[in-house]
Design a protein. Structure first.
Length: 396
């Protein structure tokens, strides 16, 4: 991962989610901090291949540098790498041959063309990516429909901010949406917010039965922030009789013991959530925890790494439980620095949380500014991002 291209770009990511709320691919946005800096696509592809090897999960590359994108069009990506082509580039006849030579690569047309797309290029694109705001504008302006891509090309919706917008996009035929409206209330009417995932519960029970070591149980628990939160609330309850503060999931498992852990998991099994809307939020929570842990990997000790992981994983609990943090954290004595970051927006972990959130949505200038505030380089942040995505893929 130590190559020149990672020094001059900022990486951000978001999930590509289908109508079943399953994550079908990861969108990796590559933003250049400075224009005119030579960047080689083969270095970027080499870094990506470490996270998404041949035959692995799919990744869609959204390249914000025209220089890097032009170099990428002349490279040979792995079969699971999709490339987003801005519509203005696709409509330029000068790029037709380069795009035709990529027939073995999955191409996504990014944005509605403002002019006619060359007919021979239509088979090259599997999907188009259409922003919701652009969809609305087109519907309001008579005669604009003529510039839309052929209906044979399915579309992926970007710019979705609410659950209702997401549902409307799927109703119009979107095959997937980019990102997830985590700022919106995700619990459906009648669903039980904050309930643990059934598959994670079953796997934990099986591993406890098999006598797996604490590290393996901890790795499974990290995939379900709602379950992790409930475990820490339970073990810190007056009924449990502990006077020590629990600072990590691993610590909680060791104190609880296998026998009591299995009993507690069995009780939760009957109340596991079946709400599919929770899946992408849990996806984001796990990655936040892993990224915060990666960002301080070279500067923090084991206790700090455990705390920042909890901070990242718990940063969406207000969405999972539909309650404000100051109420949620009254039921569990989290470390003071975690409380400061989540409730007060202060403390030493808050800047790392802000950088972690920026990696989900922002581009190079914002990410670079937040990184500089932490005395980190873009290379260090990009390494942490790629390391996070590698670890998340291994967890799943």
């Amino acid at each position: 991962m130590d190559n020149n291209v990672l020094r001059n770009i900022a990486l951000s990511y978001s999930p590509m989610i289908d109508r079943q709320r399953s994550v079908v691919a990861t969108r990796l946005t590559v933003s250049a901090l400075r224009t005119g800096v030579p960047m080689q696509a083969d270095q970027l592809l080499a870094a990506i291949a470490e996270v998404w090897p041949e035959g692995g999960a799919r990744v869609s590359l959204n390249i914000m540098s025209e220089t890097l994108l032009n170099d990428l069009l002349r490279a040979t990506p792995l079969s699971n790498v999709m490339i987003e082509i801005p519509s203005f580039i696709a409509c330029d006849p000068a790029n037709t041959q380069a795009l035709l030579s990529l027939r073995g690569t999955t191409l996504l047309l990014h944005g509605r063309p403002t002019s006619t797309l060359p007919r021979e290029l239509l088979p090259c694109f599997k999907y188009s990516i259409i922003d919701l705001a652009d969809d609305r504008r087109r519907n309001e302006v008579p005669g604009e429909a003529a510039t839309r891509p052929a209906r044979s090309v399915g579309f992926i919706q970007s710019g979705v901010r609410t659950v209702s917008e997401m549902e409307a996009s799927f109703a119009r035929g979107a095959v997937a949406i980019l990102g997830w409206p985590i700022e919106d209330v995700v619990t459906q009417s009648g669903s039980r917010a904050g309930q643990p995932d059934l598959a994670v519960l079953v796997e934990l029970i099986r591993r406890v039965d098999d006598g797996d070591d604490v590290d393996k149980l901890d790795a499974v628990l990290k995939r379900d922030p709602a379950l992790a939160f409930q475990l820490m609330r339970y073990i810190n309850s007056p009924a449990f009789g502990l006077s020590v503060e629990i600072s990590s999931f691993r610590h909680a498992i060791m104190l609880l013991g296998y026998k009591r852990l299995k009993r507690w998991l069995a009780l939760l099994l009957a109340t596991a959530s079946k709400d599919v809307n929770m899946r992408p939020v849990m996806y984001a929570s796990v990655r936040r925890g892993l990224l915060m842990e990666q960002l301080i990997a070279n500067t923090g000790d084991e206790e700090i790494r455990g705390e920042v992981f909890i901070c990242g994983v718990f940063s969406l609990l207000d969405r999972l439980f539909n309650k404000p943090f100051h109420e949620l954290l009254q039921t569990i004595p989290v470390p003071e620095r975690v409380y400061q970051a989540l409730v007060e927006g202060t403390g030493p972990y808050h800047p790392y949380l802000e950088l972690t959130k920026a990696v989900e949505t922002e581009t190079a200038p914002v990410i670079n500014e937040l990184a500089e505030g932490l005395l980190m380089s873009l290379l260090e942040v990009n390494r942490a991002v790629l390391g996070t995505l590698t670890m998340a893929a291994q967890l799943e």
